[in-house]
Design a protein around this ligand. Structure first.
Ligand code: FES
Length: 75
């Protein structure tokens, strides 16, 4: 699995992205992240988007599931 990126959906929480990765923002700026994992907000309440800051807990975020509904890349 070396070199692969794994995205794990946490129940009522963030997406955990595991693996070395590079973020590219809307302006095209890239930032290399060498951490073992990062948590990305999926509740919309984080003050540090795109990262999770734990606000989902206080906001009472309830995800419907996080299971796959479509093939990757499908609209
Ligand atoms: S998922 Fe954690 S702050 Fe949004």
């Amino acid at each position: 699995m070396a070199g692969e990126v794994l995205i794990e959906v946490r129940p009522n929480g963030p997406y955990l992205v595991k693996g070395p990765l590079t973020f590219k923002d809307a302006q095209g700026n890239e930032q290399r992240v060498d951490r073992a994992w990062v948590a990305l907000c999926r509740c919309g309440h984080s003050k540090q988007k795109p990262f999770c800051d734990g606000s989902h807990s206080g906001a009472g975020f309830q995800a419907e599931g996080g299971e796959f509904h479509a093939e990757p890349g499908a609209a």
